[in-house]
Write a protein that binds this ligand. Structure first.
Ligand code: CUA
Length: 335
């Protein structure tokens, strides 16, 4: 089952967008990640130099002053007490190094935090929930989940600004190729921006322990060409399909308590507790990136989410086979 799921997840791709299953801070592809990468290299260089000096002195001492044949093992080496010069040197040099590291780090943090949004900025409000991400596009009237569609930057002149909030506990946004970690904290807004240079699906994680299913709170940032992004946004703005063929299934769905937690735009389902399902089938994954989104996984999920993601807030609905079939077929019509 597990291998099967992993294989299927690897195939859960967005057409026309390369999949980047990389969570590598050494391959930055956006402004903030690039700035942090540079400072990481600088810090690594300094600490590597310290390591070489200290390890070199240790090796030199071990070799140079080892016991040689014929020496008396009981004889102590000459005892030396105090040297002002050496003590000043090994106090002042580390202090200088620490201040240099603080200075350059503060400069990078400030430059990322204080960067002013370019005029054509996409605004997204990202809201952390146990254990999924609500993705709101206030200027477009779009509410989605777990998969964040953004346009790639046009020559560094455009960017996506994220307002980060939490509905329950502290979560943390982290997509290593795009930016460093920023916490999502209840009753407060934090901000981060990303400007992916290349199209692709960038993967990330919640990076702050937030409860049982913290490890299954995965992020996907889908960076598209501006044209593809606008095509996606136009589709997302529409109300849910009301294909007459699905009207029976839709009635069953509407009669169940699903509607208390989920919204399907244009229907009486207006719940806010769980992910918006209006365009569910346009998402590649289910359960915050855990499963590829297809008929089989959708059925397993609706049948008993607790089996797949124990502790999550969606209960197994104890549906009859017929209801399950209808609900899944309705959900599958939500494109
Ligand atoms: Cu959300 Cu960890």
């Amino acid at each position: 089952m597990l291998l099967h799921t992993v294989a299927a997840l690897l195939q859960a791709q967005v057409p026309g967008v390369p999949e980047r299953r990389i969570t590598d801070i050494f391959k930055p592809l956006a402004g903030p990640a690039e700035a942090e990468y540079q400072i990481a290299l600088f810090t690594l260089a300094i600490t590597a130099a310290i390591f070489v000096v200290v390890a070199g002195l240790i090796v030199f001492t071990i070799v140079r002053f080892r016991r040689r044949p014929g020496e008396d093992a009981r004889q102590e080496p000459p005892q030396v007490y105090g040297s002002n010069q050496i003590e000043v040197a090994w106090t002042v040099i580390p202090i200088l190094i620490v201040f240099v590291l603080i200075g350059v780090t503060a400069r990078v943090v400030a430059s990322v935090q204080n960067a002013s949004p370019p005029p054509s900025t996409l605004k997204i409000t990202l809201i952390g929930h146990q254990w999924w991400w609500e993705v709101v596009y206030p200027d477009y009237g779009i509410v989605s989940a777990n998969e964040i569609h953004v346009p790639v930057t046009a020559g560094g002149k455009t960017a996506t600004y994220l307002q980060l909030q939490s509905i329950d506990v502290i979560h943390s946004f982290w997509v290593p190729q795009l930016s460093g970690k920023v916490d999502l904290i209840p009753n407060r807004s934090n901000y981060m921006w990303i400007n992916p240079r290349e199209t692709g699906v960038y993967v990330g994680n919640c990076a702050e322990y937030c409860g049982t299913q913290h490890a299954n709170m995965l992020l996907r940032v889908i960076a598209q060409t501006p044209a593809d992004f606008h095509k996606w946004a136009t589709e997302e703005q529409k109300s849910a399909t009301d294909d007459p063929q699905t009207s029976d299934a839709r009635a069953i769905f509407g009669s169940l308590s699903c509607v208390n937690c989920h919204t399907v735009k244009g229907t009486p389902a207006v719940g806010k507790f769980g992910p918006d399902l209006t365009h569910l089938m346009n998402r590649q994954t289910l359960a915050a990136g855990m499963l590829p989104n297809n008929a089989e996984t959708l059925r397993a999920w609706v049948n008993d989410p607790q089996e797949i993601k124990p502790g999550c807030f969606m209960p197994g609905m104890k549906l009859t086979d017929q209801e399950l079939k209808q609900v899944v077929s309705y959900l599958q019509s939500l494109k």
